[in-house]
Write a protein that binds this ligand. Structure first.
Ligand code: GH3
Ligand code: MG
Length: 434
């Protein structure tokens, strides 16, 4: 164990004596020297030192004052100080120990006496530092959700309390985004709990990729995550929420493991100044109520709290508007024929919902993910005559149940010329929806 020593002594002879003892011992790999208190303090602040050997009779300050200034330095809680002095009055020694000196050696002394004490002090320092590191690690793991690696709910509440206080003092807006996976129970039931766990991990990673340094993601519980955005306006948090919603919706999950699982999330936003809410619970509860509104409006969307009890499902501009319209699903219950484009095999499907972007259905025979299919949708026209429309698309997800499969299909294109009835149906559903 090699260490770095700082010798503070105005007397060159005494300083050299201590230096020679350490050099000959072979225990040190660096010796710093200072000839007054101020110089000593500067070295302690700027260099890595393991032990300070100090003669308390300093030209610029009394040894006790030196100890006072030294203990007031930040970041040096474990650096030991060994005083080497010819003064042996008991009161002086007592005061020095009170001020944080760890050892006191009276001149003259045996070299081994100095080395023995130095070694034991450094051993103590290393033990303290190791303990400190372990405590910091423990504190960190106590704040982290073991499955996803993001912070846990307990720590989130603590952070929320202190951020809310700050937002009150500095009068800025603080936003809370409550995020919940859509229909996650079905995913767990069809793919198993361990796949569910992997999905939760990947989701946490994706959410984290979009955060700024001081944003704060944590797992609130189950399939629910919460993001705290200090100093974020309503507009800013909505833009971030849309990026999060999009990042989940646009790319399948577990691709690295050869899977292709589609997920979506719903998000509730509460963004208020700290003075507008009475407590951190009120902010969290309000974002949770906004999330409930988003779920009510069909999922895979975002709802914003306008006030503590008014909520708006928000499809404002650009990407969000296009995606929102594309993904807003309407109940659509009918029997269809699903034809595999390559093999021309067909199976009967029972549709569940439809959007501008695609439809979900149950089928009895398995279909492969990413296969190209055609769906024949029968309609009855106003004269009672049956006819149908065919729409092409790609199978984006498949979930296996006991004796049937859930299938998500993304349309290649919906246009007025080939799909007037389907388009009319969706537009009418859109017009009638709240
Ligand atoms: P909704 O769209 O209304 O949110 O539907 P949902 O099915 O996601 O319903 P909800 O959020 O109430 O259900 C959460 C489900 O998340 C229940 C449970 O199956 C699953 N879940 C919760 N914690 C874990 C976990 O640690 N691992 C896994 N694999 N699944 C979990
Ligand atoms: Mg859920």
């Amino acid at each position: 164990m090699k260490f770095r020593v700082l010798i503070i002594d105005h007397s060159l002879t005494q300083s050299d004596e201590v230096k020679t003892i350490f050099t000959q011992s072979g225990l040190v790999d660096r010796i710093y020297e200072a000839h007054n208190g101020a110089e000593g303090l500067r070295i302690i602040k700027n260099e890595e030192v393991d032990l300070v050997i100090c003669n308390p009779s300093l030209p610029d300050m009394d040894g006790l004052n030196f100890l006072r200034e030294f203990r007031a330095l930040p970041d040096q809680p474990h650096l030991p100080v060994l005083l080497v002095s010819s003064r042996a009055e008991i009161d002086y020694k007592a005061k020095a120990f009170e001020l944080g000196a760890q050892e006191f050696l009276i001149r003259p002394f045996q070299p081994d006496d100095l080395l023995m004490r130095a070694k034991s002090l450094i051993h103590l320092k290393k033990t303290y530092e190791e303990l400190h590191r372990q405590i910091r690690d423990l504190e960190k793991t106590a704040n982290v959700d073991p499955l996803t690696g993001v912070f846990n709910r307990k720590y989130f509440i603590e952070m929320m309390k202190s951020e809310l206080g700050r937002s009150r003092r500095h009068r800025y807006t603080i936003a809370c985004l409550m995020i919940d996976i859509d229909n996650f129970k079905t995913v767990n039931d069809s793919l198993g709990h361990s796949v569910g766990d992997h999905l939760l991990k990947e989701l946490a990673q994706r959410l984290n990729q979009h955060m700024r340094g001081y944003d704060f993601t944590s797992r609130y519980g189950g399939d629910e995550f919460v993001v705290l955005l200090p100093q974020s306006s309503k507009g800013g948090s909505l833009a971030l929420a849309e990026r999060l919603r999009h990042t989940v919706d646009s790319e399948p999950f577990l691709k690295a493991e050869g899977r292709n699982i589609r997920l979506s999330i719903s998000i509730g936003i509460a963004a208020f100044s700290g003075l507008e809410v009475s407590s951190e619970e009120e902010l969290v509860t309000t974002s949770d109520r906004a999330l409930y509104e988003a779920k009510q409006r069909g999922r895979n969307c975002i709802a914003v709290a306008e006030s503590l009890d008014q909520f708006r499902v928000e499809p404002p501009k650009g990407l969000y508007r296009r995606n929102y319209r594309k993904h807003q699903r309407y109940p659509f219950l009918t029997t269809v024929k699903l034809i595999h484009q390559e093999s021309k095999h067909s199976t009967v499907g029972y549709t569940i919902n439809i959007s501008y972007g695609g439809m979900a259905m149950y089928v009895q025979k398995p279909v492969a993910e990413e296969s190209q299919v055609e769906v024949w949708v029968p309609f009855i026209d106003s004269t009672g005559k049956p006819h149908g429309e065919s729409v092409k698309g790609t199978v984006r997800w498949v979930r296996q149940f006991n004796d049937h499969y859930g299938v998500g299909l993304e349309f290649e294109e919906l246009n007025r010329r080939d799909h007037p009835i389907i388009l009319n149906f969706i537009q009418e559903a859109e017009r009638l929806s709240p």
